[in-house]
Design a protein around this ligand. Structure first.
Ligand code: USQ
Length: 384
């Protein structure tokens, strides 16, 4: 298949590009280096600096013998995206091209504006480029479990039947996100749903939880192909941060009471999920929503697990409940459905002690590169 990956330089985008190319697909990636620029601007560099996208593609071709076409360009610029869609004529598009950091989006007006314009602009332009030049193309959009927030009822898989005054209809499950970043994903979903109804697009919205992991099978072949592993407060997701903190001797930064519950998944499972969505496309005129995570944890239970495994490796891990920089519930009900991807064939890689130990081992290799200054939270939700 011809697969276009938007945001192909990212933590998820690059491993996805490699996985599809090594499976024999024709892959083109587009990226504007927004994450790299924000990382530089906010001193949030990854643990290991990745080669640029052209170099990554060259290394990949030299080691695996498969090509990945690279386009450096901005999806929020319609003519750049339209030209590529017309020229490449994708059969599927994976849309990761969004500013992915909740803390960055809450830093101030300029950061909120960048997030808003980039994320909504990219999604809007993609919809129009596909409508005009590749109307049969399946759009696989990375949404987030954070769109639902933490409601006091079970979270369904995208849709809910509502009975009101004796009449029943299916609606998108209510969304109430906890950051401007997460809110842009809610708006993306609404845009997609509108254009699915009007133009009969075929869309899968993957509501993904926080991802963890340092490697994928293609990256094992050459270290220069590793995903961008962030542990700072801006781009680092909580498990990745805790792994680095455990190795660096920094007490694990549990925000507030630590009862915040989320659905998590291994990076390897992100690749499986996107591939399963691709193999089983949404129908025409369908917005299919799949909740993409494999296990639910509280932040406290993650910290306890990483502490226990770290201590068995003599790391002397400590845990500290620090003031929560975010506005979020620290103790709440959470029960989210996630059967859709399992029914499509997902075989989860769970967060076992062995998996935690192997991730810690890998971080230990790069211990000297850890920058202690970028670990503690630098952004507060209620400071403007
Ligand atoms: N947390 C801590 N300590 C830390 C970092 C985070 O207690 O040092 C807590 C947060 O307060 C939150 C939970 O851990 O309650 C998860 O935080 P996170 O930073 O791992 O995840 P989040 O900011 O929600 O965003 C990440 C990705 C984002 C993706 C999202 C999925 O950066 O792109 O959309 O995970 S979800 O959270 O399901 O919306």
């Amino acid at each position: 298949m011809r697969i276009l990956i938007l945001g192909g330089d990212g933590y998820l985008g690059w491993p996805t590009a490699m996985a599809f190319a090594s499976a024999g697909h024709e892959v083109c990636v587009m990226d504007n280096y927004l994450r790299r620029n924000i990382a530089r601007e906010t001193c949030s560099e990854p643990l290991v600096q990745a080669p640029n996208l052209h170099d990554r593609a060259e290394i990949f071709e030299a080691t695996l013998g498969k090509k990945i076409r690279v386009e450096i360009g901005d999806c929020a610029n319609f003519s750049a995206l339209e030209t590529l869609v017309r020229d490449f004529s994708p059969e599927a598009v994976v849309h990761y091209a969004e500013q992915p950091s909740a803390p960055y989006s809450m830093k101030g007006f300029r950061e909120a504006q960048v997030t808003f314009q980039n994320n909504l602009g990219a999604t809007f332009n993609l919809i129009w480029a596909i409508t005009q030049h590749a109307p049969d193309c399946h759009i696989i959009k990375l949404g987030t479990m954070g769109e639902y927030g933490t409601p006091n009822i079970d979270i369904e898989e995208g849709w809910i039947d509502i009975t009101h005054n004796g009449r029943t209809q299916k609606f998108l499950y209510p969304r109430q996100a906890g950051s401007l970043y997460h809110t842009t994903k809610v708006l993306d979903t609404d845009l997609l749903w509108f254009y699915v109804r009007v133009y009969g697009l075929s869309v899968t919205d993957l509501m993904q939880g926080p991802v963890y992991g340092l490697s994928t099978s293609e990256a094992e072949i050459d270290e220069r192909l590793l995903p961008n592993f962030h542990y700072d407060d801006i781009f680092g997701t909580v498990i990745n941060r805790f792994l680095v903190q455990a190795v660096a001797g920094i007490p694990l930064t549990v925000y507030g009471k630590g009862g915040q519950t989320r659905g998590y998944l291994n990076l390897k499972d992100t690749l499986q999920c996107v591939s399963l969505a691709m193999q089983h496309p949404a129908g025409k005129g369908e917005l299919r929503v799949l909740n993409q995570f494999t296990e639910q944890f509280t932040v406290n239970s993650l910290a306890e697990r990483i502490q226990r495994v770290g201590n068995s490796m003599n790391l002397g891990v400590r845990v500290a409940n620090i003031e929560n920089p975010r506005k979020e519930m620290e103790d709440h009900y959470y029960n989210a459905m996630h059967t859709g991807l399992l029914e499509l064939g997902l075989k989860p890689h769970y967060l076992t002690d062995e998996v935690v130990a192997s991730m810690l081992e890998r971080v230990i290799k790069y211990k000297d590169a850890i920058d202690h200054r970028i670990v503690m939270p630098r952004v507060r939700w209620n400071e403007k």
